[in-house]
Design a protein around this ligand. Structure first.
Ligand SMILES: [Zn+2]
Length: 329
């Protein structure tokens, strides 16, 4: 399915199509404004921008910060609501978050039901001018690709009523998120269109390169089956023909015998090749368990925590690629 010959031109074609798209947008800004963004309470595009103050953009959590900062560069001030290292899935908004949204012009979210804290926070901020950008607009969510084995004590990671929200972990879908963010920023802040467009094109080129690297490295490792402890990788798995066969949801602090048995049964049942934990999770029982099963316990980064530098996306994803390559031998 994945061929080598297609790799080279793909980046160039994407860039060309992006630029073509942008040229066509630039010709009809006014007409497109209302459709391109999900503008709540639909304010007219603000013409009276203060020349001295930069546009304030708030983003929800790290991946949205990284992609938005990549597009905005220095043309806008980009803030983050959920501090990296704090769980986005069960996040409780703070008064500072409400203040940040109240004074922002644009809010960028991942969507797909991930930011459960957002509805009430936005409501409390009472910012009628706020433009909301849903970065996952137009992306068809996956639902039941991975089988979830839940242990009794484990809490639910997040409801998948809308679909699995972890689309940013597929470089191709991340590209689509960058495009959504780009359209949204241009519509809300047309003055900086040139900067946004240039920045986005450069970042998309890097995403294309990353995608090529994944394709090349993983093309002979199809159907590599793995178990994770966080249902974060179905999009990545689907893109590169890997199999996230099961998600074992367990508490991070300790494992009960029942939970250990669940993992053992899952690994045997699905002939699992790899077991993936998360960076920063140091679970000795999990390590022992992996040893008993003769599987290496490795870490995959869902990018929900990490460095606030747009390049962190590539750094973390390349480490993920190395991990997958090694684990799927
Ligand atoms: Zn997650």
């Amino acid at each position: 399915m994945i061929t080598n010959q297609k790799r080279q031109p793909r980046g160039i074609f994407s860039l060309i199509s992006l630029l073509t798209l942008l040229v066509s947008i630039s010709g009809c800004d006014q007409a497109n404004t209302n459709q391109k963004t999900s503008v709540e309470n639909s304010p007219q595009v603000q013409e009276a921008s203060q020349p001295s103050a930069k546009t304030k953009v708030v983003t929800t959590f790290l991946p949205m910060y990284l992609l938005t900062k990549a597009v905005a560069g220095d043309a806008a001030d980009v803030e983050i609501l959920v501090p990296p290292g704090t769980e986005v899935h069960e996040y409780q908004a703070t008064p500072d978050n409400v203040k940040a949204i109240a004074t922002a012009k644009i809010l960028v979210k991942n969507g797909l039901g991930l930011e459960e804290f957002l509805d009430s926070t936005v409501k409390n901020a009472q910012n009628a001018q706020l433009v909301e950008i849903d970065a996952s607009k137009g992306i068809k969510p996956l639902n039941e690709i991975s089988l979830v084995e839940t242990t009794t004590k484990a809490e639910k990671d997040h409801d998948h009523t809308i679909g699995n929200p972890h689309v940013w972990l597929d470089p191709v879908l991340a590209k689509q998120q960058v495009m959504n963010i780009l359209y949204g920023l241009i519509a809300a802040d047309p003055e900086n269109k040139t900067s946004y467009t240039t920045n986005a094109a450069a970042y998309i080129q890097e995403l294309d390169k990353l995608n090529s690297e994944f394709q090349q490295a993983l093309q002979k490792k199809t159907n590599c089956t793995f178990v994770t402890f966080h249902d974060a990788y179905p999009y990545l798995a689907q893109r590169y023909n890997l199999k996230q066969v099961a998600v074992v949801q367990i508490p991070e602090d300790q494992l009960s015998p029942t939970e250990i048995q669940t993992v053992v049964n899952t690994v045997k049942k699905y002939k699992v090749k790899a077991l993936f934990s998360e960076p920063g999770v140091d679970n000795k029982l999990l390590k022992t368990l992996a040893q008993d099963l003769k599987l290496n316990l490795r870490t995959l980064d869902s990018l929900e925590k990490g460095e606030k530098d747009p390049q962190y996306y590539f750094k973390a994803m390349r480490l993920n690629l190395q991990t997958l390559e090694t684990a799927c031998q």
